[in-house]
Design a protein around this ligand. Structure first.
Ligand SMILES: Nc1ncnc2c1ncn2[C@@H]1O[C@H](COP(=O)(O)OP(=O)(O)OP(=O)(O)O)[C@@H](O)[C@H]1O
Length: 344
């Protein structure tokens, strides 16, 4: 569905200081039909610029790509016919009625009014928008408006849809509801979904596969679980109590650490009083083995916690910065001027 090689985009800065921004620095992407891929990175990493190149809204300064089977540079119209694009913030006019937006979007794709309305009705059912045709878009809730944006992006039945930061600005309940709808697009309609996000939980909950971008370059790629496993393994914390009054908590913890150290791949072992901390590649499978081994040595474990690494751990390991710090560090000066974003 998407194959990009060496995509690059440079911008000339406006104003007195001038200069150049190398926003995307040679990106390779491969997305297969039916995948739900998350494109994760901090603010300013180059997500939107990449998306706008893949959707023909922005010309790459170097590189090539095929999207939906059409060459991005030689056949941009073919690309546009085969994709849907839902921009950050959407593109509906506040005073327009939902039905007018559906008709207008259909016209952009040269659909007849009857076809656009019929397709709009199907999408309204699928996206929980039934009965809202006559409402002005300004009166819709944030979640409804976002789902309307998605319906408009799908009016011409594209096989591939690009969603730019789909849940920005939504409350937690509307976000969870939107995720459910996005999943169903793929599971029930077979639509390939490529979405950008800087939310770790969204990337984690939604994506089959994640592509992580930082400073214009792809820094990692894989399923959320494989990325987490690759970086550091699960963290395990166990507490033990002394068997007898003669033994101190520190002594039994030291003994437990020795036992835990024999688990395959155990590392970063630390012991404090009665607590042992370490990492193993798979905490869930290592724990039964550890329990048996501790039992055999007569060591009593009073508590055990296993934590899978987060995507933030992944980002930290890859870039030396936490994703949240990277977000906070993004300067206001770096904010791009967003342009109108309708693909038709
Ligand atoms: N039209 C433009 N002119 C100049 N610089 C730009 C332009 N568009 C983007 N940039 C710069 O390119 C870099 C990447 O921006 P981009 O919007 O692609 O990042 P992003 O990962 O999508 O971030 P966000 O989540 O904030 O949208 C930033 O430094 C940005 O300031």
């Amino acid at each position: 569905m998407i194959k990009a090689r060496g995509l690059e985009r440079r911008f000339r800065r406006k104003g007195r200081n001038g200069g150049e921004v190398h926003a995307v620095k040679g990106v390779d992407l491969d997305v297969s039909a039916g995948e739900l891929v998350g494109f994760l990175g901090p603010n300013g990493a180059g997500k939107t610029t990449t998306l706008r190149m893949l959707t023909t809204l922005l010309k790459p300064t170097a590189g090539e790509a095929t999207v939906g089977g059409c060459d991005l540079l030689a056949d941009p119209l073919g690309v546009r016919r085969r994709i849907g694009y839902v921009a950050q913030g959407g593109g509906t006019a506040p005073a327009s009625k939902v039905v007018e937006e559906v008709e207008f979007q259909g016209r952009l794709y040269r659909m007849s009014k009857a076809d656009a309305l019929a397709r709009g009705a199907t999408l309204a059912e699928q996206l929980d928008l039934a009965g809202l045709d006559q409402r002005q878009t300004a009166t819709l809730s944030g979640g409804q408006r976002r789902r309307l944006d998605i319906a408009l992006g799908l009016i011409h039945s594209p096989g591939l849809v690009f969603l730019d930061e789909p849940s920005t600005g939504l409350d937690p309940q509307s976000r969870a509801n939107l995720w459910e709808h996005i999943r169903r697009l793929r599971d029930e309609q077979g639509v390939t979904v490529f979405l950008t996000t800087h939310y770790l939980d969204e990337a984690d909950a939604l994506s089959d596969r994640l592509i992580v971008i930082d400073d214009g370059k792809i820094v990692a790629e894989g399923t959320p679980d494989s990325l987490k496993a690759r970086v550091s393994g699960d963290s395990v914390v166990i507490e033990v109590t002394p068997e007898s009054a003669a033994e101190s908590a520190a002594e039994s913890a030291a003994e437990a650490a020795e036992v835990a150290g024999r688990l395959e791949g155990a590392h970063e072992m630390t012991v404090t009083d009665g607590t042992v901390r370490f990492r193993v590649p798979r905490g869930d499978t290592a724990m039964p083995e550890l329990l048996r081994a501790l039992d055999a040595r007569g060591i009593t474990m009073t508590s055990m916690q296993v934590h899978r690494p987060t995507l933030d751990d992944v980002f930290l390991t890859l870039t030396g910065r936490s994703l949240r710090d990277a977000e906070e560090g993004a300067s206001v000066e770096d904010a791009p001027e967003k342009e109108a974003t309708h693909v038709a």
